[in-house]
Ligand binder design. Sequence first.
Ligand code: CP
Length: 473
Amino acid sequence: MALKGKDLVTIDNLTIGEMDAVFNTADAMDNNLADQYGQCRGKVMASLFFEPSTRTRLSFETAMHRLGGRVISVSDPKSTSLAKGESIADMARIVSSYADIIVIRHPWEGAARLVADYADVPVINAGDGGHQHPTQTLCDLYTLRRERGDIHGLKIALWGDLKYGRTIHSLIFALAKFGANIIFCPSPGLEVPEHVLNKLVTEYGGDLERFKGAKRKVKNGAFPVDAAYITPGKPHQLAMMPDVDLDVEMKAGVDALYVTRPQKERFSEEEQEPSDVFPVVDKKLMRGREFRKALVMHPLPRVDELAYDLDADPRSMYFKQAAWGVPVRMALIALLLGMKEVLIAEKPSKQHVYPWYERDYGVACTNPRCVTKQESEKKYLKPGFKVVSRDPLTLRCVYCEHGTEPKFVASTEWHEGKLEFKFYHRADSHWRKQIRIENLIAFDSEKEAEKYGFKPTPARKPRTKKETNAAAD
Ligand code: CP
């Protein structure tokens, strides 16, 4: 098993064994940074940043320079032909004919996946809108591993903007993969999106305990928990307790408090309203018993949610997280380019494999920030979905991973060649249960079904008197 030629679009693309291989390689490189020069001699990395960045762009570029490779770079969204309306697919094809590896940050969710579909070289997602930021997650896990040894069984509290924080979304799945427990402490209104929680529970197992009733106000010094994820296969007090015992569990302490800033650039108009409820992590909060041994982590940049008075605290990890971005990204680049080979100890993956929704019509992604919804991409890009639930019928966009529940269904088996049977049915009717996944056609609306020549399910004829009497007999 090798990492050569792989893409890293979401954290799902790496197994535990592959992540361990990246971390072991990063350890070795970090021990002797100067000796790594020449490992990627002759290779070119394209660094395409269509959103602002300090850490990710500069650490990727530093990593490639330290490996002896060259970098071509875009750091101003207006400086490429995307600004003239060129599609991402065309850009990906062109850049992959210039470079050996592509690193891309883009505001549209699923943009990195689209680049990977069209590029012939490995593609690394450096953040796609509010979707994922898998290499930040590698830095976060690497920090936990260096500071705590083993990630399995740790209790990690996620704090702040859990709705739009892309580092949060990839970290949630990675922590679940490693068997850590997660405590969700969102700012009011910035809770983890349902599609992320849904994927967490359906794909990684474990228990999700919600504490909606608990009125935990930060101002009172209490911990604003709204849910906890308990890793499977590890009996834990949290999995059994009602709300009232949560305080007891919290007092036992968390291993790390992962803080995020409000991602204002992604807020809707209502969310732009000034809010005084975004909790601040400072020296006073960190005096609480529950944080006594907690590492303070933050992907940075920070705004007001993390006080400067914590910078000298030995528990503060955020500058280390950023600094270790260089060896971690050096390891990743060298492994994906195949310039370094390592033994990967593979553990069986427990992740679900869902069937694809085979058709490219009838249903559109509901997320307006998805790359499939953008004018420049709609011309050629067909939506893609996986069927993640049959009841209710739920499709997950393969680009941005938002879920959608189509309202109507039909079957290819029933209507092919026989126009008189070309009917559509409500997705919650008994008809849907009779349609095999490979025959499924889903529609967002009746209008969409009728656009493709389908007719509504014929109303059942009222029974004749004779039939009613026969049924009664
Ligand atoms: N953590 C992170 O992604 O930082 P930048 O936005 O500065 O790259």
